[in-house]
Design a binder for this molecule. Structure first.
Ligand code: ZN
Length: 111
């Protein structure tokens, strides 16, 4: 087996990045991560969580506001409320990953 050339390893775990890599800007500078480490990139997850709280709450008010103000809450809210927050979280995370993805040439897709 051949060794991966320098610079083609994940800056977080050190394993070869494979075909897909993700670039993130941090206080320490630019880092490149493999897909597994990119999914666990804490600043991205914090941003996605903030988006989910704001957008999810607005969607919940718009879509279920009248139901929430009623005397009885239907059982369907048990799955509707988590989904209302999950969807903006996933969309924000997906958008961040797509924008930070590296092309094979080493350039970011977004730039
Ligand atoms: Zn990694």
């Amino acid at each position: 087996m051949s060794e991966a050339p320098a610079g083609s390893r994940c800056d977080a775990c050190g394993t070869p990045r494979g075909a897909t890599a993700f670039v993130f800007q941090t206080r320490e500078g630019t880092i490149v991560k493999c897909g597994r480490c990119a999914l666990r990139h804490r600043p991205m997850l914090r941003r996605s969580l903030a988006v989910a709280v704001v957008v999810g709450t607005l969607l919940l008010i718009i879509n279920q506001g009248d139901v929430l103000l009623s005397a009885e809450w239907p059982r369907a809210l048990v799955w509707k409320i988590p989904l209302t927050y999950l969807v903006p979280f996933l969309v924000a995370t997906w958008g961040a990953l797509v924008n930070s993805r590296l092309r094979r040439s080493g350039r970011s897709v977004a730039s």
